[in-house]
Write a protein that binds this ligand. Structure first.
Ligand SMILES: Cc1cc2nc3c(=O)[nH]c(=O)nc-3n(C[C@H](O)[C@H](O)[C@H](O)COP(=O)(O)OP(=O)(O)OC[C@H]3O[C@@H](n4cnc5c(N)ncnc54)[C@H](O)[C@@H]3O)c2cc1C
Length: 548
């Protein structure tokens, strides 16, 4: 009898607990639904020139990395800067308890959801065209520049500025990226050794902060914001306009590739070429591991200096290093003089003599070269695959040790994407910006750009494990690298990434985006009350949960 009684009692208790849990969950769901619908209705009431789309949000939940997916509440298609300011100001006014965040999206070429937000607002920056691109030539100003929207693609800037015989000085290898997207990182390519990254070639920005203020900034005006935003991973404001330095645009490019078997010889020549007295305009390089018929493939777009010897060269089973350089020239230049100059420069280098290949292309075709590969890969369905890429900045003092441990050892195949290696001069980077680099006069960009192509041996998981091994090896060997396009999951890792710049980074966040509304996809700052980011807590060892 007492046993039956106990059973009944337990059943009743379980029923009460279950009912209570259901009630609690329903309350939470109801509260969330209320919160959502009040978010939606208040956002719908915003007076915008453009529009907020609550339905077609899936495109904004994807990126080039193809591994992370956060579904936003809405996508803002801004038609004016005030659309962006109104939306952010509205969320700022909702205060710390609203969970709404805002992610600016360029072309979504991020790798790990950096341009995404869960249940927040994605701003499609490409919709923002407040005015046409405005090119200012030497007839109007002492040094030419162009004013562009933060959502403009670099390829469009190239096309427009070329009409005036001008072009930006510093590029990325691929131009179908947006101004705001690359300036939030750095924007590095083979011209960076001379001109610095793209963030070193900007005169002025218009920015919408995390409080919805529209501010102009430059070296002279709001300089703290200006430097903070450059390389600032979108944390302090949305770049709505940028003034970019221009130079006279060359018309043609002499493009050269040569091979090395020895990494030390390869980087010795690269470093010679990035020194001040070098006459070349572009210096890059890449690693080739165990490729069959490599030089035959080059023949499609390059001409061998010595066709017979080149045809006898075998790349199979070898780890090789390709130096890639370019010399720009103008219509009125004497082509023979240019060729002679390049020849002289090459004669000082120690590459494998049978591997000299050259090509002549227009400046435009040279800069847009990666787009040709994009078109090919798209046609084979190999563009929209996962891209577990790893981009690193490796100090000069440890790059040989890095190469010894990684190339041909941890990394044993380069057939599923290039591995780019080239040095840049730190002197061309402005230390006041948020961009993080190794503290040496020269450091190397090492970009391991492997695609996870279906049906090939290496799947995403294997590639990610390999990347992890590279990072662990580097840590153990004291390589002292910094990630470019960084991705971390803990506050401690972010702090260590920024190193001496961390306190300033946190201070700027508390000043320009105190509620942590912006760029939640990096998961550096959770959306939190104002005083959690005040400078008081800068040095204390607080560990905030990750947002996003
Ligand atoms: C094929 C390929 C080649 C590449 N080559 C190079 C290279 O040679 N050199 C190099 O440096 N990088 C290179 N990149 C990386 C590129 O710089 C990044 O992908 C960068 O994120 C730019 O892409 P996006 O314009 O699509 O920006 P998104 O991926 O959309 O955004 C990137 C970050 O910037 C923020 N953001 C976007 N717009 C703004 C804005 N207006 N204001 C503030 N924040 C904003 C986003 O919220 C996000 O955090 C390459 C990428 C690809 C896919």
């Amino acid at each position: 009898m007492s046993y039956l009684h106990a059973c009944l009692l337990r059943k009743r208790t379980m029923l009460i607990v279950r009912s209570f849990t259901i009630l609690l969950l329903s309350c939470i769901a109801f509260k969330l639904a209320c919160c959502f619908s009040s978010n939606i209705s208040s956002l719908k009431a915003l007076p915008l020139v453009g529009n907020l789309d609550f339905e077609h949000v899936h495109e904004a939940s994807k990126d080039f990395g193809n591994r992370y997916q956060l579904i936003p509440l809405a996508v803002l298609h801004p038609k004016s800067v005030s659309d962006i300011a109104s939306a952010i100001r509205h969320i700022w006014m909702m205060g710390p308890h609203s969970q709404l965040t805002v992610a600016a999206r360029g072309r979504g070429h991020s790798l790990q959801g950096q341009a995404q937000t869960r249940n927040g607002i994605v701003i499609r920056m490409e919709s923002l065209h407040p005015q046409k691109l405005q090119v200012h030539t030497v007839e109007d100003v002492p040094a030419p520049y162009v004013d562009v929207s933060g959502g403009e693609l670099w390829i469009n800037i190239l096309h427009e500025t070329l009409k005036y015989g001008l072009a930006p000085k510093s590029w990325t290898d691929y131009l179908h990226l947006t101004v705001g997207g690359t300036l939030s990182n750095a924007g590095i390519s083979g011209q960076a050794f001379r001109h610095g990254p793209q963030i070193s070639n900007v005169h002025q920005l218009e920015v919408v902060t995390g409080k919805g203020e529209i501010l102009n900034c430059s070296e002279r005006q709001n300089s703290d914001l200006f430097h903070g935003v450059l390389g600032g991973l979108g944390q302090f404001g949305i770049i709505t306009r940028a003034r970019i330095a221009l130079e006279a645009a060359p018309t043609m490019v002499k493009w050269v590739r040569v091979l090395y078997q020895d990494f030390s010889a390869f980087i010795k020549d690269q470093e010679r070429l990035i020194s001040a007295d070098n006459k070349l305009d572009y210096v890059e390089g890449f690693v080739i591991i165990n490729r069959t018929g490599l030089l035959n493939n080059w023949r499609l777009s390059f001409t061998p200096e010595d066709p017979l010897q080149a045809s006898q060269f075998k790349s199979d089973g070898r780890t090789l290093y390709c130096l890639e350089v370019a010399k720009y020239y103008f219509k009125l230049d004497n082509k023979d003089v240019i060729s002679q100059g390049v020849k002289e420069t090459l004669s000082e280098l120690s590459y494998i003599s049978s591997t000299l290949f050259t090509s002549e292309v227009t400046y435009e075709a040279f800069l847009d070269r990666v787009h040709v590969s994009e078109v090919k890969l798209r046609s084979k369905g190999q563009w929209e695959v996962p891209h577990p890429w790893l981009n690193l900045l490796v100090p000069r003092s440890t790059v040989k040790e890095f190469a010894k441990g990684v190339f041909g050892n941890i990394l044993t195949d380069t057939s599923n994407g290039p591995v780019i290696v080239y040095p840049v001069n730190k002197a061309k980077w402005d230390n006041r910006t948020s961009a993080v680099t190794p503290e040496e006069d020269i450091f190397y960009l090492v970009a391991i750009l492997t695609s996870a192509v279906p049906g090939k041996d290496d799947g995403v998981e294997q590639i990610l494990k390999r990347n992890q091994r590279i990072l662990e090896f580097s840590e153990a060997a004291g390589i002292g690298l910094k990630q470019y396009l960084p991705h971390y999951t803990t506050r401690e890792e972010w702090r260590s990434h920024f190193g001496a710049k961390w306190d300033n980074f946190v201070r700027r966040k508390s000043r320009y985006d105190p509620l942590a509304i912006l760029a939640p996809g990096h998961r550096i700052f959770p959306k939190a009350p104002y005083d959690q980011f005040t400078p008081i807590s800068l040095s204390s060892d607080y560990n905030l949960p990750l947002s996003g």
